[in-house]
Design a protein around this ligand. Structure first.
Ligand SMILES: NC(=O)c1ccc[n+]([C@@H]2O[C@H](COP(=O)([O-])OP(=O)(O)OC[C@H]3O[C@@H](n4cnc5c(N)ncnc54)[C@H](OP(=O)(O)O)[C@@H]3O)[C@@H](O)[C@H]2O)c1
Length: 319
């Protein structure tokens, strides 16, 4: 099979490069930007000099370009790692956020519908948050986003479903990796350089190491391949649907930061808990956005690592 990865130079896309190394399938990595020198160096450090660092240009807002890429390369699966991911900036960025988070995934879904392929699309816990929760959110719970980012991601999910393509939508949360900018890298730097730091404790969720998410995506692709081989006639995937994936466990951003500092040995920095209203932002974040992962664990027989164990692995890679 040939598998297309979009947004390949982002956090998750780079982990897909690592996790797919050695696969019997052919992976094509695409983005609108070239890989940075920093990312290429990290890829080689983590996966060796023979890691695939190539990037073909593909703008997922352009349906004709997607169609051409799919037909020229006989693509059977698309893994969409591209998105507008800046939650605060989404409030004022205008139409591009809806275009990238809703219309573009619809383009990918249309292209997969036309060839009977599968779209693996990544969504977010921020499709929830408008209602107060104190239990983990299930896949069929009503979306109640609090900002433009969550709303446009929810629109993207609906548009994908409406095309009738084979799809797996994976909602994830608090994503971090060795690549790009993220909370872990920011806090590693701040706890190493600042004498004290305040971090919110009234927002609770679960961190997700993008390598673990990439691993889950590979499991889904392998499952799809088994079925695809058996049912070439119909090509309807029995596990089409929405799934939740984060690491195991629950913490606040404050606990997350304390653990980052402890693992890194940044003990000189005094980290104090504070309320969200001390850091006003354009979007109200959910107070409790824990995802219930029962469905993915049962349907795909996935064992999910505890968030502290994965955090240790990522920080070790960064050091
Ligand atoms: N980050 C989180 O905390 C988080 C939490 C929950 C869910 N998610 C979801 O997880 C997925 C992966 O997130 P991530 O953090 O890996 O994202 P990321 O690091 O921001 O990577 C996204 C990549 O897509 C590229 N891109 C932008 N516009 C494009 C276009 N028109 N066509 C093709 N590629 C384009 C970006 O390029 P530029 O850098 O030039 O924009 C970037 O390389 C996303 O769907 C996101 O919504 C993320």
């Amino acid at each position: 099979m040939t598998i297309l990865v979009t947004g390949a130079n982002g956090q998750l896309g780079n982990e897909m490069r690592i996790i797919s190394k050695g696969s019997k399938d052919k992976y094509i990595f695409t983005d609108v930007v070239d890989a940075s020198e920093e990312s290429i160096a990290m890829l080689k450090k983590l996966a060796g000099d023979d890691i695939n660092i190539d990037t073909l240009h593909l703008d997922i807002t352009k349906l004709d370009a997607i169609r051409k890429m799919v037909s020229d390369n006989d693509i059977s699966v698309i893994v969409n790692c591209a998105a507008w991911t800046n939650v605060d900036a989404a409030e004022t960025a205008g139409d591009i956020v809806e275009t990238l988070n809703a219309s573009a995934p619809e383009n990918l879904a249309i292209a997969m519908k036309e060839v009977g392929g599968l779209l693996v699309h990544v969504s977010t816990d921020y499709v929830f948050g408008g209602d107060p929760y104190n239990t983990p959110c299930k896949e069929d719970q009503k979306g109640t986003p609090t900002g433009v980012y969550g709303l446009t991601k929810l629109h993207g999910e609906k548009k994908i479903k409406a095309t009738g393509c084979n799809y797996v939508i994976l909602r994830t949360a608090w994503l971090y990796s060795e690549f790009g900018k993220n909370f872990v890298k920011t806090m590693l730097n701040l706890t190493a350089t600042k004498p004290q730091l305040k971090v919110v404790f009234d927002q609770v969720g679960t961190p997700t190491y993008a390598l673990d998410l990439a691993n889950a995506i590979m499991t889904i692709i392998e499952d799809y391949k088994k079925e695809w081989n058996l049912r070439l006639g119909t090509r309807n995937y029995s596990k089409n649907g929405v799934y939740h994936f984060s690491n195991e466990g629950v913490c606040s951003w404050y606990d997350f930061t304390k653990m980052i500092a402890e693992i890194a040995g940044n003990t000189a920095c005094v980290i104090q808990p504070c309320h969200s209203d001390e850091f006003p932002s354009p979007v109200k974040r959910p107070a409790y956005s824990v995802l219930d992962k029962t469905k993915i664990k049962i349907d795909f027989d996935i064992t999910i690592p505890y968030w502290v164990d994965s955090l240790k692995k990522c920080i070790k890679s960064l050091q």
